[in-house]
Design a protein around this ligand. Structure first.
Ligand code: ZN
Ligand code: ZN
Length: 357
């Protein structure tokens, strides 16, 4: 039998409470359907309304129920390494164990102090852009934030769904507000028959207008984040690379940043179907693409022997699945071949620093 102490009961209660925002949005959505499709019932608009409603529900559902991805096995420490880590005191020896374990992993980011990023809780080396979520109690790949409105972590596996959820919910609210406006005006000028529909029409407009304002600012912010290839967490605290902090370290230019989230095939862009590029564990950076030191492990390791400053953090190549992002499609490498489009990369101060070695 499972232990059922006060701790586990409290945990179960908390887990139930986390669903309240989702239930709230679902009820609101259900009511808006009733108010619009049953009470307001503008026949010509109903087709467009149902399309938006379906896309809203579909993307919301996918954002809620897509499990966040956790780091793959290779990022977990072996029993021997865990044992060694437990015996070593914190500090340089501790780091040495982690450095050896991270030797062949495609990681470029470090902690503020320049150490390997390690999660004590999950006992793993954190891949780039991965963070530990205290609510989920797990390390989440490319974690963006934990969203109470979907009771799920928004990260690599569902970020595209989250963006579409924001977009469709905004369109849904704007559509309702726009088509309900004339009835709303008639409500205040006493031009509406005195039925129960009157109040639905009034509240429908209020709710749609209110949510339109908050959703448009949130959606605008996330569009900016995608265009800069940043997560919400990275917008608050810039990632730290071997050479130091770089707020645009993962940015590959607008079009590539967009495609990293939405994928290469345009037909999937507007549908909540997973099409993001990569594996979530490693991410191409313009620094890697341009850095002659990076392409092969032996060269990277040799140069670290010559340069004591680099010794602590040997350069590693991108794994196969990731390097295709930079090399497979021509456009991924255009920044190094096309001088016009490469300007963004060349003017990146971080790139200059990377080439100094
Ligand atoms: Zn963790
Ligand atoms: Zn979470």
């Amino acid at each position: 039998m499972a232990p059922s102490g006060p701790g586990s009961i409290r945990r179960r209660c908390r887990r139930v409470l986390y669903w309240i925002p989702v239930v709230f949005i679902s009820l609101l959505l259900g009511w808006s359907y009733y108010a619009y499709a049953v009470q307001l019932c503008i026949v010509v608009c109903l087709m467009a309304y149902h399309l938006l409603f379906a896309m809203f529900v579909w993307s919301y559902w996918k954002t809620i129920f897509t499990l966040p991805m956790n780091p793959s096995k290779e990022f977990h420490l072996s029993y021997a390494e865990k044992d060694l880590l437990e015996r070593e005191p914190r500090g340089e020896a501790h780091q040495e164990v982690l450095r050896r374990a991270a030797k062949d992993l495609p990681i470029y980011t470090r902690t503020m102090s320049g150490a390997i990023r390690y999660c004590d809780r999950c006992q793993l080396i954190k891949p780039d852009r991965c963070h530990h979520c205290s609510v989920c109690d797990k390390c989440i790949l490319k974690m963006d934030h934990h969203c109470p409105w979907v009771n799920n972590c928004v990260g690599f596996s569902n970020y595209k769904f989250f963006l579409l959820f924001l977009a469709y919910s905004l369109l849904y609210c704007l559509f309702i507000a726009a088509t309900d406006l004339q009835y709303f005006i008639r409500f205040w000028t006493n031009g509406l028959p005195d039925t129960q529909a009157k109040f639905h029409i009034m509240f429908l407009f209020f709710a749609a207008a209110m949510f339109s304002v908050s959703l448009s600012s949130l959606f605008g912010y996330h569009c900016w984040l995608v265009s800069k290839n940043k997560s919400t967490l990275e917008a608050f605290r810039s990632p730290v690379f071997r050479h130091g902090t770089d707020k645009n370290g993962f940015s590959l230019g607008f079009s590539k940043n967009m495609r990293q989230v939405f994928g290469d095939e345009k037909k999937y862009w507007l549908l909540p179907i997973f099409s993001s590029l990569g594996d979530g564990c490693s991410f191409p950076t313009c620094l890697v693409n341009q850095d002659p030191e990076q392409p092969s492990t032996p060269a990277g390791l040799n140069s670290t022997a010559k340069n004591p400053e680099n010794h602590q953090f040997p350069a590693k190549p991108l794994r196969e699945s990731q390097s295709h992002l930079l090399t497979d499609s021509q456009s991924w490498t255009e920044s190094s071949t096309n001088p016009g489009k490469g300007k963004a990369g060349m003017s990146n101060p971080a790139l200059t620093m990377e080439n100094e070695t």
